[in-house]
Design a protein around this ligand. Structure first.
Ligand code: G3P
Length: 217
């Protein structure tokens, strides 16, 4: 399972990149706004932090302008994946850009029918938003199960990129379902590392080691 960091905070990204656990990055217009920086500059910097895919989202809503924006974003760096919303214009743009060899991440997916259309449009990634479905009382992971099954049925190459992840249980559930990628705030990846028994056990090991008076080096 690949782990993408869902942030445009370059300080957080540099810190996480040092763990070797970050396989790519996703951004969206809200995350770019939160960074307070010019989009092209922050995307270029993020692309220098990771060799993995960096999703940069168009903001137009019509196909012609989406296409221009997508080609502009793709030109920023070789590892830019262009993000488009799951609308008719977004799917049209996905098809054209994918046919040109540009990886496209189709985002704001909330149904299996939408995911089926994104795969037919040649998407490299589909981003079903599990957290936002959970937030309104739906079962986000049920969508992931449906999408993984449908993609397996037809051997689609589109990768299921689970998005809107809120906590480590979302990651665990997505991994058990066979999703290809999870994109999440760096805090979720760090939360996955933690267990109280690990901390307790390490403390006990080191206390016993200290009693030996030895040092390895
Ligand atoms: O960036 C795409 C997605 O992960 C954002 O989800 O619900 O945390 O805004 P959310």
């Amino acid at each position: 399972m690949k782990f993408f960091a869902d942030t445009a905070d370059v300080a957080e990204l540099r810190s996480l990149a040092g763990t070797g656990l970050m396989d790519g990055v996703t951004t969206n217009p809200s995350l770019i706004a939160k960074s307070g920086r010019k989009m092209s500059e922050v995307i270029a910097e993020i692309c220098s932090i990771t060799d993995g895919p960096v999703s940069a989202e168009v903001t137009a809503t019509d196909h012609e302008t989406m296409l221009k924006e997508g080609r502009y974003l793709r030109a920023i760096a070789k590892n830019v994946a262009v993000k488009v919303p799951l609308t008719e214009a977004g799917l049209r743009t996905c098809k054209v850009l994918s046919d040109e060899g540009t990886p496209v991440n189709v985002t704001l997916c909330f149904s299996a029918n939408q995911a089926l259309l994104a795969a037919k449009a040649g998407a490299a990634f589909i981003s079903p938003f599990v957290g936002r479905l959970d937030d309104i009382g739906y079962d986000g992971m049920e969508l992931i199960a449906d999408v993984v099954q449908i993609y397996d049925n037809y051997n689609f190459r589109t990768e299921v990129l689970v998005a809107s992840i809120r906590h480590p249980v979302h990651v665990l559930q997505a991994a058990k379902l066979g999703a290809h990628v999870g994109t999440m705030p760096p805090s979720v990846i760090r939360a996955m590392m933690k267990h109280p028994l690990t901390d307790k056990g390490l403390e006990a090991f080191l206390a016993d080691w200290a009693k030996t008076g030895q040092s390895i080096l």
